[in-house]
Design a protein around this ligand. Structure first.
Ligand SMILES: Nc1ncnc2c1ncn2[C@@H]1O[C@H](COP(=O)(O)OP(=O)(O)O)[C@@H](O)[C@H]1O
Ligand SMILES: [Mg+2]
Length: 236
């Protein structure tokens, strides 16, 4: 079980000038499993995730992990994967070695195992900058999971990837989840959300519209905004 749970989010608000980007968001994330964050472009999904990871500071409100304000220990037990991962201009294996050496802890999965998990064993000696988009993202995932984070954030990490890479990543995420890691994932891919999500958060205009079990969200979303989004309508 992830030791960073529950996450208590209380009246989280973030503004820029006159604009309210995150609007008084309150919720509790209590259960393990995969949480999917959905919502149209500009809804505040990435900002919300950045706040959870401590990369952005809210103007007001609080985020507590197992009752404590975010601190360095929390940060170290979280990992975040972006849509375009930044990799070192070295080989695939050296990218993983770099991270392993940086952290110097016993709690690190072996590099061979990490490579095998994401199907990159045969490409271990290849320069990372020669990898395809899907291979790059799988390397980023292996790098993140090698440190056995308690909580893994993915911000549209599967966008524009081929089906085999998406399938591999989803399988790795399911396994990570079984191993007790909490997964929080932003995606626009409704089919992927249906495959993976245990619960769903839906944001619109920086506000929380829904936080429900996935089954309920996809069968009978209660907000007009989520219904329209799932129907493929443009939200204004
Ligand atoms: N640093 C910033 N300063 C001002 N506005 C920002 C900043 N970062 C994001 N925004 C705005 O906040 C809104 C939400 O952004 P974001 O969280 O990236 O949306 P998305 O749901 O697409 O991930 C957008 O309108 C975006 O332009
Ligand atoms: Mg975003």
């Amino acid at each position: 079980m992830c030791t960073l749970l529950p996450i208590t989010i209380d009246k989280l608000t973030l503004t820029a000038g006159q604009k309210t980007l995150l609007n008084n968001i309150s919720l509790n994330i209590t259960s393990s499993g995969i949480l999917v964050i959905m919502g149209p472009n500009g809804a505040g999904k990435s900002l919300f995730m950045r706040c959870l990871h401590g990369l952005s500071q809210p103007d007001s409100g609080r985020i507590l992990f197992a009752g404590d304000e975010i601190n360095q220990t929390h940060r170290k037990s979280q990992a975040l994967i972006f849509q375009k991962p930044v990799l070192l201009k070295r080989s695939v294996r050296q990218n993983l070695e770099f991270v392993r050496n940086l952290h110097r802890t016993d709690n690190v999965a072996s590099i061979e195992l990490a490579l095998r998990n994401v199907g990159l064993s045969k490409l271990a000696s290849q320069p990372a900058n020669q990898l395809s988009g899907g291979e790059r993202q799988r390397l980023a995932l292996a790098r993140a999971l090698m440190m056995r984070p308690q909580m893994l954030f993915l911000d549209e990490a599967c966008a524009n990837l081929d089906p085999a890479s998406v399938s591999n990543i989803e399988e790795v995420l399911r396994q990570a989840c079984k191993d007790g890691q909490k997964i929080i994932l932003i995606t626009h891919d409704i089919a992927q959300a249906k495959r993976l999500a245990d619960e769903v958060i839906f944001l619109h205009h920086g506000a929380l519209c829904e936080h429900t079990p996935a089954r309920v969200f996809f069968q009978s979303p209660k907000s007009q905004a989520a219904r329209a989004y799932l129907d493929g309508q443009i939200l204004v």
